[in-house]
Design a protein around this ligand. Structure first.
Ligand code: FMN
Length: 201
């Protein structure tokens, strides 16, 4: 059943972690884009990496402000995630508005940095960029420290996600490509493999 995968699609084998919405603001302008490429990179202090393409309006606001927020959208927000990931805030600015207003996306202020956070999401992280000019230029990757974190208690309990059939509309979205998402549908509880008999090394 093994067959080659085009290198252009190789990242899709790895990248069905949760799709996020990157929100940003600077000098009275605000914006929102989708990002499938983000990941934790350090435990303490918590640090993350996210890929923000040079062509995006988000990139301009993040570079200018040194901050962004990660919003975790849920199943019910698939169309919102796809839409803000397929349109540019630059075009909205040219029309004298922004994506939040154009698509009726409700936002509230982040507790630490005052960044616009998206209502109806299930998790929110405010992040301060760690300046890495070479990395940002060479790879489009931003490293950042998480300075505030919030989550919807209906699906995040005791420090971990609590997905079940009773909260299906609140499960994370995982981008498979071309606007197709999977959701975290089933929970599997792992147990250790039997391994060698006890006492043997
Ligand atoms: C589901 C999805 C995931 C995406 N992931 C990324 C990503 O990880 N990094 C990136 O730079 N662009 C990504 N994009 C594209 C940006 O969201 C897109 O270029 C967006 O229009 C940029 O908006 P802006 O110009 O308003 O900042 C993704 C788009 C979609 C629909």
């Amino acid at each position: 059943m093994r067959k080659p995968v085009a290198l252009a699609h190789a990242s899709r084998l790895l990248n069905h972690g949760p799709t996020v919405l990157v929100s940003s603001a600077h000098a009275g302008r605000r914006n929102l884009m989708a990002a499938a490429w983000s990941m934790p990179v350090e435990f303490t202090p918590p640090r993350i990496a996210v890929v923000i393409d040079k062509s995006t309006f988000t990139r301009e606001l993040v570079a200018a402000s040194g901050a962004f927020a990660i919003n975790l959208p849920c199943r019910a927000q698939a169309d919102l995630a796809f839409t803000v990931g397929s349109t540019s805030g630059r075009d909205a600015v040219a029309r004298g508005t922004d994506k939040f207003a154009e698509y009726g996306i409700e936002a509230f202020d982040g507790p630490e940095l005052g960044l616009p956070l998206v209502a109806g999401c299930i998790g929110w992280l405010e992040c301060r960029v760690i300046a890495e000019p070479h990395t940002e230029q060479a790879y489009d990757t931003f490293f950042a420290e998480v300075v505030s974190a919030q989550a919807d208690a209906r699906v995040f309990e005791g420090g971990k996600w609590a997905f079940g059939p009773e909260n299906a509309d609140l499960h994370t979205l995982h981008h498979l490509g071309s606007g197709v998402f999977a959701v975290a549908a089933e929970v599997v509880r792992a147990k250790p493999l039997p391994g060698p008999p006890k006492g043997q090394s």
